[in-house]
Write a protein that binds this ligand. Structure first.
Ligand SMILES: NC(=O)c1ccc[n+]([C@@H]2O[C@H](COP(=O)([O-])OP(=O)(O)OC[C@H]3O[C@@H](n4cnc5c(N)ncnc54)[C@H](OP(=O)(O)O)[C@@H]3O)[C@@H](O)[C@H]2O)c1
Length: 326
């Protein structure tokens, strides 16, 4: 089978599509015939050796997939060959076949195409965990989402609306902000051309927002923190801008603001029951059409390297999905 292989950490040019042996399902595992695998920012960091998780080499990136069950290992119950599923392998998804622990398989909702299914776990799981479990976002509160047209950002906009918040979407172009409006954002801020802090305060009658969802970092974080209300919560989700900001902690003291770290992958390990609950909630919202992954681009395996370059270059809106069999 064909797989995108990272045999050495470093520049994206190190990646290549190779013919490798098909994987086998061990006890408690399933082999999935991958029809679609969603691209996430951590994939592009991981292959460069810049992510907190460093898989043993060689490996295939690709954390979340949708496809058909091909083979089941000993002890796996409730699944059979041919079932349409979503899987969260963590790595290995950018390949024609991949191994997934049976506990990380869910049925693909009916009438859902593989690309949308592949994009339902990581970004939505992260944003729901962040907003609900960490940020305790309440109906009627105001939520500011940075990088709002990106993968986790679009999910945060939709989930914020589903949770009854007023959502302010911030991104770097009017085109990206138009997408956020289509997803339900109530207000938008173009932080490439507008002052993020001043505009956020103006949109909230100078009170500030209750919750900030920040997957971007860099200089945006302090501006957003300064535009947070009394007892506002700042969710630290990621540093797509590349710089891990250092903010003055008096900003937390002054308004009893809270800085809250979000690490979805580890939260799933620490609280598997909470993860199952969140996935059920997401599937219910998906069925009610309250959330719907924005699959803006699809590409074959041979273009996955270029797709990562575009993601790192801020050129992708919503989710880019790799179709390994094309
Ligand atoms: N904590 C967790 O559990 C968790 C889980 C998943 C992902 N993450 C992190 O969340 C971040 C976003 O992931 P994603 O998959 O949503 O990525 P994405 O789709 O590429 O979105 C990131 C957004 O960041 C903005 N950005 C600002 N400066 C950037 C720069 N210099 N380079 C690239 N993007 C820049 C871009 O929006 P504008 O152009 O509009 O600014 C882009 O849309 C990553 O850091 C990722 O590691 C964390």
């Amino acid at each position: 089978m064909k797989a995108l292989i990272c045999s050495e950490y470093g520049p994206l040019e190190n990646l290549s599509v190779q013919d490798v042996p098909s994987p086998q399902a061990g006890p408690g595992q399933v082999v999935v015939d991958v029809k679609a695998a969603a691209l996430n920012f951590p994939d592009a960091l991981m292959v460069q050796g810049l992510y907190q998780v460093k898989p043993p080499l060689p490996f295939s990136p690709g954390a979340e997939v949708a496809g058909l069950v091909k083979e089941i290992g000993d002890g796996v119950q409730g699944l059979k060959a041919g079932d349409r599923v979503i899987g969260f392998p963590g790595t290995g998804g950018f390949a024609e076949e991949c191994v997934v622990a049976a506990g990380k398989i869910m049925p693909l909702p009916e009438n859902t195409d593989f690309a949308a299914g592949a994009a339902l776990v990581l970004t939505y799981g992260t944003s729901l965990h962040a907003l609900q479990d960490c940020g305790r976002l309440q109906p009627g509160e105001t939520l500011l989402v940075l990088g709002a047209a990106g993968g986790v950002g679009t999910a945060a906009v939709e989930i914020g609306k589903a949770m009854g918040a007023r959502v302010i979407a911030a991104a770097s172009s009017d085109d990206k902000l138009a997408l956020c409006r289509r997803l339900g954002a109530d207000e938008t801020i173009n932080y490439a051309t507008e002052d993020l802090r001043r505009r956020t305060l103006a949109l909230t009658g100078e009170k500030g927002v209750d919750v900030v969802y920040d997957p971007v970092g860099g200089g945006y974080s302090e501006s957003a923190l300064r535009a947070t209300a009394w007892r506002g919560r700042m969710l630290i989700v990621g540093f797509a801008a590349g710089e891990i900001p250092k903010v003055p902690l008096n900003l937390a003291l002054l308004k009893e603001r809270q800085l809250l770290g979000v690490y979805w992958g580890d939260s799933v390990r620490h609280d598997p029951a909470g993860h199952v609950r969140n996935m059920k909630q997401l599937m219910a919202w998906f069925a009610e059409k309250k959330i719907n992954p924005v699959v803006s681009e699809r590409c074959p395996l041979a273009q996955a390297q270029e797709a990562m370059r575009r993601l790192l270059g801020r050129q992708v809106k919503g989710k880019l999905v790799v179709l390994p069999e094309e």
